[in-house]
Design a protein around this ligand. Sequence first.
Ligand code: MG
Length: 158
Amino acid sequence: MYRIGIGHDTHRLAEGRPLVLGGVRVESERGAEGHSDADALAHALTDAVLGAMCEGDIGQHFPDHDPRWKDADSLQLLARVMWLASERGYRVVNADATVMIERPRLRPYVEEMRGRLAEVLGVGVDCVSVKAKSGEGLDAVGEWRAVTVQAVVLLVRV
Ligand code: MG
């Protein structure tokens, strides 16, 4: 049986914060604000996996008022959700994500992101897609005030 899930996440950008996407530290004058490491790519994928299982959302599983998740490595949150998925007999078929950020250009980091995510999702790197878009100078992404990620994950019960 196949199950599909969608995930979405947005974080404000601010100076003096690290920018972590897909577990990879990206060189940037502005980073993402948040309780954890604010890895919007990992968060969107985590929500997509939870969505595919009808298991609620990341905020229910890892509340942002819980000190355990302060500055948490979000790949560890994704790994916990993958453990839940495997308990239920699911494995990932493929994942696709679009990261929307005005700058910097993410192309030099994409292969490393795919590798880190593939490892946590338990699939080959050829099953994880990460795409990058700018906001064309429009809206909060375009004004370099936010990073937004959309993600889709397909699970199969084996
Ligand atoms: Mg988030």
